[in-house]
Design a binder for this molecule. Structure first.
Ligand code: EPZ
Length: 436
C-alpha cells in the first residue's frame, strides 16, 4: 500500500480482461520450489555458486535478503545469480523476513550444518494451513541436534551425525531440510518415507554438482554420505511445473491453443491426464506440452496427493477449470487443511460449488461474469486470474502481490498469449478500505 495525503491510500490490483482465447508458445520460468531449497543450500558451500534460470519472484527476493543478512554476497545479472557464502558470519535468521517467507525454515538444516548453531523464528501458519514443522525438528534431533523452542523462536545446536530418519509423512520441506543438514555430517543418513517431488531431485542434482554425495531423490528413500566440504558450481534450475501447469490450464479454459516449452512433460503427468479427461487435446513433446481446448466436461473425482499424485499446488487452478466444465466434479484436497478460499471468490463470478471440509462439489456453469475478487493466497490468486480470463467482462483481482510471490511476470506471459492482465492502482479512502 502506498500512502497519499492523509486519509487516502493506493490499492494495487490486477485487471483481467475476459473472453479472449489464449494462443501461442511460451517458455516457463525457473521453479520457485526448486530455487528456494537450492538457495538455502548455498550456505553449505564456501565458494561462489552461479545459478541460471532462477525465477525473479518475491519469494526468491526475500530468500536473497535473508542470505545477505547472514553475510552472503549476492550478485544478480540478467537471468543469472551468483551467491557466495564464504563471508557468511551469522546463524540468526531475521524475524521479519523469515516470517514473510515461510520456506526460510529450509535454512535451518544448512545454517546448522555451517555454524553448528541456528536460530530461527517459528514460521507462522499461512493462508492455506497451519504449516507445522514438527517433522523438520524431529528429523534434525534424530541427527543429533539439540532443539529448543522458546519465545516464538527455534534454536538448533550441535554437530550433526548420520542416522536413519523415518518421516511420518512425506513432507517436502522436512525431506529437504534433513538432506541439507546431512550433507556435511559425520557418517551416512537415510531418509525414509521421503517426499518424491521433482524439486527434490533437482536439489539432489545441485548438491551432487557441488561434490556432495546424495542419491535416491525422487524415491521414498534418500541416502546422504556426509563429506567435509562441497565446492562451487554453476547450475541451471529446473522449469517450474506449477507455473507451466497454470498456463496450460489457461489455454484450456479460454478455448485456445497454448504450448509451454522448456518443460519435462513427466513432471506434469497427472495434470495432462486430467486435462485430457476434461476433453482437451494434449500433445506431449520431448521438452514441451501443447494443449488445445475443446468442449470441456467435468471429471468425476480428483484428489491431491504427494508426488506423483495430483499436485496440491494445481488444485485451485483445476478448481476454476472444473467450475466451467459441464457436469458435476468432486475435488478433494488431502495435503493442506484450508486450501479452498478461492471457492467463495469464484462464486462472486457466478460459479457453483459447495465445500464440505476437504471436499469440493463443483457444478459446472456455462458462464462466469467479471467481478471484484481477492487473491487469498498464491495459487488461489492464480486461479482467480484464470477465472477472469474466461469470464465475460473485466475482473479485478485484489492483493495480486500474493501471486507475484511465485509467478514471474504472469501479466507479460498472458499478454504474449493474447490475453490481457494489467496492473492497476487506485486511491481509496480509509472508509472504503475499512469496508475491504
Ligand atoms: C512445499 O511446502 C511447497 N513449498 C508447497 O508449495 C507445496 O504445496 C508443498 O511442498 C506440498 O507439495 C515449497 O517447496 C517452498 P509439506 P512444504 O511439508 O514443504 C504437513 C506453493 O504454492 N506437515 O510437504 O511446507 C503440512 O501441514 C507452495 O508453491 C506437517 O504436519 O509442504 C501439510 O499438511 C504451497 N509437519 C503437509 O505436511 C511438518 O513438519 C505437506 O507439507 C511438515 C509438514
Amino acid at each position: 500500500m502506498l500512502y497519499l495525503a492523509e486519509g487516502t491510500k493506493k490499492m494495487s490490483y490486477w485487471l483481467v480482461r475476459g473472453g479472449r482465447a489464449l494462443n501461442g508458445t511460451v517458455s516457463v520460468q525457473g521453479s520457485k520450489n526448486a530455487a528456494l531449497p537450492i538457495l538455502a543450500a548455498t550456505l553449505l558451500i564456501k565458494e561462489p555458486i552461479r545459478l541460471l534460470n532462477c525465477p525473479m519472484i518475491r519469494d526468491v527476493q526475500n530468500m536473497l535478503r535473508i542470505l545477505k543478512t547472514l553475510g552472503c554476497t549476492v550478485v544478480e545479472e540478467r537471468g543469472a545469480l551468483t551467491v557466495d557464502s564464504c563471508t557468511a558470519d551469522s546463524f540468526v535468521l531475521p524475524t521479519a523476513l523469515s516470517g514473510e517467507l515461510r520456506s526460510s525454515i529450509f535454512l535451518l538444516g544448512s545454517v546448522l550444518s555451517r555454524f553448528g548453531d541456528a536460530d530461527a523464528p517459528y514460521p507462522g501458519g499461512c493462508e492455506i494451513g497451519n504449516r507445522p514443522i514438527d517433522l523438520h525438528l524431529k528429523g534434525l534431533k534424530r541427527l543429533g541436534a539439540e532443539v529448543e523452542e522458546r519465545g516464538g523462536r527455534i534454536r538448533c545446536r550441535g554437530a550433526i551425525t548420520g542416522g536413519v530418519v523415518d518421516l511420518d509423512y512425506p513432507s517436502v520441506g522436512a525431506t529437504e531440510n534433513i538432506m541439507l543438514a546431512a550433507c556435511r555430517a559425520k557418517g551416512q543418513t537415510t531418509v525414509r518415507n521421503a517426499a518424491c517431488e521433482p524439486e527434490i531431485v533437482d536439489l539432489e542434482r545441485f548438491l551432487c554438482a557441488c561434490g556432495f554425495r546424495v542419491r535416491g531423490a525422487g524415491t521414498p528413500t534418500v541416502v546422504i554420505d556426509g563429506v567435509p566440504e562441497g565446492h562451487g558450481t554453476a547450475f541451471r534450475i529446473m522449469p517450474d511445473r506449477i507455473a507451466a501447469g497454470t498456463y496450460l490450464i489457461a489455454g484450456a479454459i479460454t478455448g485456445g491453443d497454448v504450448t509451454v516449452t522448456d518443460l519435462d512433460p513427466e513432471t506434469v503427468d497427472t495434470l495432462l491426464f486430467k486435462l485430457a479427461e476434461c476433453g482437451a487435446e494434449v500433445t506431449r513433446k520431448a521438452d514441451a506440452v501443447r494443449v488445445r481446448a475443446k468442449a470441456l466436461r467435468g471429471v468425476g473425482f480428483t484428489e491431491t496427493r504427494p508426488y506423483p499424485g495430483f499436485p496440491t499446488d494445481l488444485q485451485p487452478q483445476l478448481f476454476t477449470l472444473l467450475s466451467v466444465s459441464e457436469g458435476t466434479s468432486v475435488l478433494v484436497e488431502n495435503v493442506f487443511e484450508n486450501r479452498f478460499k478461492h471457492a467463495q471468490e469464484l462464486k462472486k463470478m457466478g460459479a457453483e460449488n459447495r465445500i464440505l471440509d476437504r471436499t469440493a462439489i463443483i457444478t459446472g456453469v456455462r458462464k462466469l461474469h467479471g467481478a471484484c475478487v481477492t487473491a487469498h493466497d498464491l495459487r488461489g490468486g492464480a486461479a482467480m486470474v484464470l477465472a477472469g480470463l474466461f469470464a465475460e467482462g473485466d475482473t479485478k483481482v485484489l492483493h495480486a502481490e500474493r501471486i507475484e510471490r511465485g509467478y514471474e511476470s504472469m501479466d507479460s506471459v498472458i499478454g504474449l498469449l493474447g490475453g490481457s492482465v494489467t496492473r492497476k492502482e487506485e486511491s481509496i479512502g480509509e472508509e472504503e478500505e475499512k469496508r475491504g
